[in-house]
Design a protein around this ligand. Structure first.
Ligand SMILES: C[S@@+](CC[C@H](N)C(=O)[O-])C[C@H]1O[C@@H](n2cnc3c(N)ncnc32)[C@H](O)[C@@H]1O
Length: 404
């Protein structure tokens, strides 16, 4: 999308969203829906607001430095942040009422200084830079820079309703341009700013919005029609629906989670997608897992994680308590892998997946599990990274159960 200056009312919306995320702690998608609902915004304007907000959040420390404000003062001094963003992109300043000015000479001096500070330039907070360096070493600066870029938009064509070529042609007729994605057969990249979710193709369940990297996770599970498959951390079902399509609606697909509202959401999406072999089950405790002992041909463990692979899309995670939550998440990952793997049959395959690029949430968890469990063996693993593939970052390990 071409960058262009924001109108004064769009500046207000950007600041409203930023304020809700940074000061009130709301997730970014919830802040968008709160601010956009009830407004008759043109899709292009909505996209422009999301682009500016995303860019500001991805490199919040850089823009705060250039505007000479503290992130905590965004509510009072946000107009300065917006002006700094426009100066940075060499755009005319928006006509906001009572806006705080940015001194042009001071801005230019700060810009020169920031260019020489890698973490600041890439919008990386100090805790994350230290962690990334410790975990990824010399690979980190490239990942850090890739995580500062705007995400591309990808769709997954729903194999239960269409194939990617048919979807591409139908969307073209609805004003949405797309192109195939090398190496990910189910994915299309959206190359125009159209309102995807207002299309009849979406209403008819022909696609879901899903990152191309994320689509590789279900591929790795190698499911077939007729199998008994469990998606044990299914959430709202992004990957469940992909698995259902790969099973061509035949066999049993059990989607589980600890949050009922996510499973309710999944059921609704499954109806639209025509995925009739999906059953949902709330995990109410260890008994729910025990009852399914040795029952699955395939098991997906898409565990809760730091989300540090998907910062392009969810940049707000950089400015939350992600660092403090990491040890708790790692303990949960270890528990889920150790305990839920009991649901797999002998000869069955499980995929352990995260949307993190940190070895401590990924390969090290798998190694710890395998060291304690001689009845499983690693088939292979892969880290999909923003710097290498350009998609969101994901990790997946394929593990086979070789004995009871
Ligand atoms: C990475 S998300 C899953 C995303 C989902 N698979 C998708 O593709 O949309 C992790 C999920 O694990 C769930 N979760 C958290 N603790 C859990 C537990 N102890 N057992 C199972 N699921 C859990 C969370 O509610 C969340 O929905």
């Amino acid at each position: 999308m071409m960058l262009s200056p924001l109108s004064a009312s769009s500046c207000e919306l950007v600041l409203g969203v930023l304020n809700q995320v940074l000061i009130e702690g709301a997730p970014l998608d919830r802040a968008y829906s709160k601010h956009f609902s009830g407004l008759q915004l043109a899709p292009a304007e909505q996209a422009r607001i999301a682009l500016v907000t995303g860019d500001l959040l991805r490199r919040l420390n850089l823009f705060c430095y250039l505007a000479d404000i503290e992130p905590a003062r965004v509510e009072r001094e946000g107009s300065r942040l917006i002006n700094a963003w426009h100066l940075f992109h060499e755009l005319p300043l928006p006509k906001m009422k009572y806006a705080l000015p940015v001194d042009a000479a001071e801005f230019a001096g700060r810009l020169t200084q920031a260019r020489n500070q890698g973490p600041l330039w890439d919008g990386c907070p100090a805790w994350l830079d230290t962690l990334g360096q410790a975990e990824l070493g010399e690979a980190w600066p490239a990942e850090r820079a890739a995580l500062a870029l705007a995400p591309k938009r990808y769709l997954r064509s729903n194999g239960l309703k269409c194939d990617p070529q048919a979807l591409m042609a139908r969307l073209k007729g609805e004003g949405v341009d797309t192109q195939p994605v090398a190496g990910v057969p189910s994915a299309l990249e959206v190359t125009s700013d159209a309102a995807l979710f207002r299309t009849q193709s979406f209403a008819d369940g022909w696609f879901e919005q899903q990152d191309a990297g994320s689509q590789l996770v279900a591929d790795a599970l190698d499911v077939a029609p007729g199998m008994r498959v469990i998606d044990a951390c299914a959430g709202a079902g992004g990957k469940t629906l992909h698995l259902a399509a790969k099973m061509q609606g035949r066999g049993r697909l059990l989607a589980m989670d600890v949050e009922q509202w996510k499973l309710d959401n999944l059921k609704q999406r499954a109806r639209r997608a025509g995925a009739h072999n999906v059953e949902t089950r709330l995990i109410a405790g260890s008994k729910t897992i025990k009852r399914l002992k040795l029952s699955a041909d395939r098991l997906l463990l898409d565990v809760p994680c730091s989300g540090l692979g998907v910062l392009k899309r969810n940049p707000d995670a950089k400015w939350r308590d992600t660092e403090e939550r990491l040890p708790v998440l790692m303990e949960l990952q270890e528990h889920i892998l150790g305990s839920y793997s009991r649901m797999l049959k002998v000869g069955g395959i499980l995929v352990y997946a995260t949307c993190s690029i940190l070895p401590s949430e990924n390969r090290r968890q798998v190694d710890k599990f395998l060291a304690a469990q001689s009845n499983f063996r690693l088939l292979d693993d892969e880290c999909i990274t923003p710097a290498n593939q350009g998609f969101d970052g994901f990790y997946l390990a394929r593990i086979e159960r070789i004995a009871e």
